[in-house]
Structures are given as structure tokens and as C-alpha cells.
Design a protein around this ligand. Structure first.
Ligand code: TRP
Length: 453
């Protein structure tokens, strides 16, 4: 009964283009800024292992499910969920899963853009050579000074949001594909160089030990939840970003293979970022758990000391900016696709409206580092709350609902047809994981964190 839908927003030119775009979405500040600092806050090795387990057991299967739903629905996540639920004879209220994703996207982009703004600022710092002459103390003082300056933070936040809006306005396909193809490998090589530098410092052994030796006594229930949240955040899962990218995926592309490549690339980048940063933390006697400023304090010290540090430093922050850029556009795309589909608003205007909403929400994050730093809820600032609520609650909840919808409610025929894995062992294993392992994992970690188990 279902004739094939077409997306009104167009399609990726190939499977490869989708892999590039989805990897661009996944690889970003989450890998290079968030992964090391969260790992540091939750004590290292045990957190990393738990994170890897979440990526493998929850991330891969749910990403396949999310891409699959997107491609079958071929619309914005809100309309995709509504159409698919109607097609399956389910309650169209499933569209609220799409809405939850749109809200989560705004909340994430609001603080993501502020952090990307720090990256912008650091391109100028690195470029000016100011790291070369600064002492360690001056480098961390410079970061604190930036945080205390709401005007500067706001300016950079605004600039980054404008960059995001421009690309989304042009349509995520144009220009993006070409840029990602060159920049991702470049980022990868630069990270390799950074790991190489980290190996030459005398903190390398300690850094590797810190990242991979699991001291389970250090991992709290809260840490388990943070590992799950980091897996969702880093893979761009649970809010419709991957779903909307899936809706532009050609019919003949294999969802299993593409997912595995995306997850591998994302995980590799995170591990490399950790290997580049933790040795420096120990070599320079810094604090692994020092929070969101971690890379902005450790890396500049390294750039100040390594040969060609000015060139590498500038290059690094430029590439990090691009990584953040190709991620931020995917946070806006679900909302924009909906505005275009349901409100008939042209794409550029839709992008501007959505960007303005996220920008406004971001002002709170800007202020939470200075004027509002004492306004706290459960000890958390506005910025912390945005990050916590989205990563640790909304994304895993979105993922849980995606798993339930796909593996319990959708007809098996539809799932088999769309996934294209046949009905053999691979499919059976996937179904088992999406049915049982992923949902139970998410629920147990949730309950654990609120201290029921
Ligand atoms: N995954 C990106 C990163 O690691 C951030 C991101 C982009 C994201 N789109 C998302 C996170 C959707 C959650 C949901 O930087």
C-alpha cells in the first residue's frame, strides 16, 4: 500500500555523501571538547569503557533504527513520525517524539554555539602567536578572562550562529559535501600530530593509563548516565538529526554499513582527542577534572611549546570550528525541514527563524559564565543545565522511544524492507539488541541515576 515517498528537500548524491554528512554531524565539539572533559570529571578509564559499551550496544543499533525511520518517512522527524505511525495503525501522537527532538536541538545548539564561539576566539589567539610567549598561568587566565566577558562571548556566539544559519539556508547539501571531504581528513591528521606530540611528553604513559585503566570505584551511577549521554551526544542520536539526514538517503544504500563507518570514525576521533589531551594534563600538572575549559587550557600550552605551534594551533582551532559547524547544522535541520514542510516558509527564512530561537536561548549560556554564574539549580548553572538535560535525559529518552517504535511497534515487514539486511542472523541480532538490550540498558541507567536500583 505504501508507494515510495520522496523528500521535498532533495537527496544526497550518494551513500558516500550521506556518510560524510552524518560523520560531519557526529564529529564535533562532542568528541574533542566534551569527551575529554567529561572523562576527566568522571575519573577516566571506567568511564571510557562504559562509554564504549554504550556506543556499541546502544549507539550502533539505535543509529540504524533512526536512519531507517528517516528514510522510510522521508520528511522532517515530526512528519516522519506522524506518517509512519499512521501507516502502522499507531497513535499519531508519536509525532511528539519529533517535537521533543526539535526542542532538544534548540537547547543543544544554544550552548553548542557558545562553545563554538570559544573556538572562534581561539583561532585569533593562536593566530596572533600569543600562546608562544604566555606562561601556563597566563594561558588559563586568558580563558577565564574570556568567560568573564559577556560582550565577547555574545559576539562569538552570534557569529557562529550566523555561520550555521547560512549553511542551513543554502540547504545542507550544497557546499557541505565538498568541505567535509577535505576537512575531516585534515582534522584527523592534525589530531594524529597532536597525539604524536603527546607521546613525546613525559605524561604519555600516565595519560594512557588514566584513559584505559578502569578503576570502577571511581564510577558513580551518575557517571554511567554521563557515559550514556556522551554516547548519544557524540553520535548525534536521539533528536532527529540522524533521522532527517536519513530522510535524504538514497534507497539503495546499506544502512548497516553506513552506520558502522560513521560510528567508527566518531569513536576514533574521540579516543584520539583523549590521547592528545590527557598526557598533556599530566605532563603540565593540570587538573583532569577541571571542566569545560579543559582543551582550551591544555592545548594552547602545548601549541606554545611545540615546533610550529602557531601554525598547528591556528590550524587546529580552524578545523575544530569546521567540525562544530558541520555538527551545528544538523541540530537546526529537523526544525527547518518542518517549517518548510508545514508552514511553507522558504528555507532561508526558516533557517533564520530557527537560528534566532537557538541564539536567544544561548544568551543564558553566555551569561551563566559571568553575570548569572550564581544563579544555580541543584548546583548547576544555566549552561550546565542545558547540557545535562539534553545529553543525559532528552537524547537517551528519544533513543529509547525510537527503539520501542522500531522494534516493538512497527510491522516487521516494513522494518525488514527498509533496513535491507534480509532476515538472517545480522537482522536477528540487530532486532534483539534494539528490542531488549538498548531499551533495558537505557532504563537501567536512568533508574540507577535516580537511585532506584
Ligand atoms: N554530535 C555532535 C558533536 O559531537 C553534536 C551534535 C550534532 C548533536 N547534532 C546532534 C548532538 C544531535 C545530539 C543530537 O559535536
Amino acid at each position: 500500500m505504501t508507494e515510495k515517498r520522496q523528500s521535498i528537500h532533495g537527496q544526497w548524491s550518494s551513500r558516500w555523501a550521506f556518510i560524510m554528512a552524518a560523520t560531519g554531524s557526529a564529529v564535533g565539539l562532542g568528541n574533542i571538547w566534551r569527551f575529554p572533559y567529561i572523562t576527566g570529571e568522571y575519573g577516566g578509564g571506567a568511564f571510557v569503557l562504559m562509554y564504549l559499551a554504550c556506543v556499541l550496544m546502544v549507539g550502533i543499533p539505535i543509529m540504524m533504527a533512526e536512519v531507517m525511520l528517516g528514510r522510510r518517512g522521508r520528511q522532517s522527524p515530526i512528519n516522519t513520525m506522524e506518517s509512519l505511525s499512521k501507516e502502522e495503525g499507531l497513535n499519531p501522537a508519536w509525532r511528539y517524539l519529533g517535537w521533543m527532538g526539535v526542542v532538544a536541538g534548540f537547547l543543544i545548539l544554544s550552548f553548542y554555539s557558545v562553545v563554538a564561539g570559544w573556538t572562534l576566539e581561539y583561532i585569533f589567539h593562536a593566530g596572533s602567536g600569543s600562546f608562544l610567549t604566555a606562561t601556563d598561568g597566563e594561558i588559563s587566565e586568558a580563558f577565564d578572562r574570556l568567560l568573564r566577558d559577556p560582550g565577547q562571548l555574545l559576539a562569538m556566539h552570534t557569529l557562529f550562529m550566523a555561520l550555521t544559519v547560512v549553511v542551513v539556508a543554502m540547504g545542507v547539501r550544497s557546499g557541505l559535501e565538498r568541505a567535509v571531504k577535505v576537512l575531516m581528513p585534515a582534522l584527523f591528521i592534525l589530531l594524529l600530530i597532536m597525539v604524536g606530540y603527546a607521546m613525546s611528553t613525559d605524561g604519555f604513559q600516565e595519560g594512557v593509563y588514566y584513559m584505559f585503566y578502569p578503576d570502577w570505584s571511581k564510577l558513580s551511577a551518575e557517571g554511567f548516565l554521563a557515559a550514556l549521554g556522551q554516547a548519544f551526544f557524540s553520535l548525534s542520536l536521539g533528536m532527529g538529526a540522524i533521522m532527517v539526514y536519513g530522510s535524504y538517503l538514497p534507497d539503495d544504500a546499506s544502512i548497516g554499513h553506513t552506520t558502522v563507518s560513521i560510528v567508527l570514525a566518531d569513536t576514533l576521533v574521540a579516543i584520539m582527542a583523549g590521547l592528545a589531551i590527557f598526557p598533556l594534563v599530566f605532563a603540565y600538572g593540570l587538573e583532569a577534572g577541571s571542566g569545560p575549559g579543559l582543551i582550551f587550557v591544555t592545548l594552547p600550552i602545548a601549541f606554545g611549546q611545540m615546533p610550529y605551534g602557531q601554525v598547528f594551533g591556528t590550524g587546529f582551532f580552524v578545523l575544530l570550528l569546521f567540525a562544530a559547524w558541520t555538527s551545528s547544522i544538523s541540530l537546526l535541520e529537523p526544525a527547518v525541514a518542518w517549517l518548510v514542510e508545514n508552514r511553507g516558509i522558504a528555507r532561508p527564512k526558516s533557517a533564520a527563524i530557527a537560528g534566532l530561537i537557538a541564539w536567544t536561548l544561548g544568551i543564558g549560556s553566555v551569561l551563566s559564565f559571568n553575570l548569572w554564574q550564581d544563579y544555580r539549580l541543584f548546583g548547576k548553572t544555566y549552561f550546565d543545565i542545558m547540557d545535562y538535560v539534553t545529553s543525559n535525559i532528552l537524547l537517551p529518552l528519544g533513543g529509547l522511544l525510537i527503539a520501542i517504535f522500531t522494534a516493538w511497534l512497527m510491522s516487521r515487514k516494513a522494518v525488514v524492507a527498509e533496513l535491507g539486511l534480509g532476515e538472517g542472523l545480522v537482522f536477528q541480532s540487530w532486532l534483539f539488541v534494539v528490542r531488549f538490550v538498548a531499551p533495558v540498558g537505557v532504563v537501567v541507567i536512568f533508574l540507577h541515576a535516580i537511585d532506584i536500583i
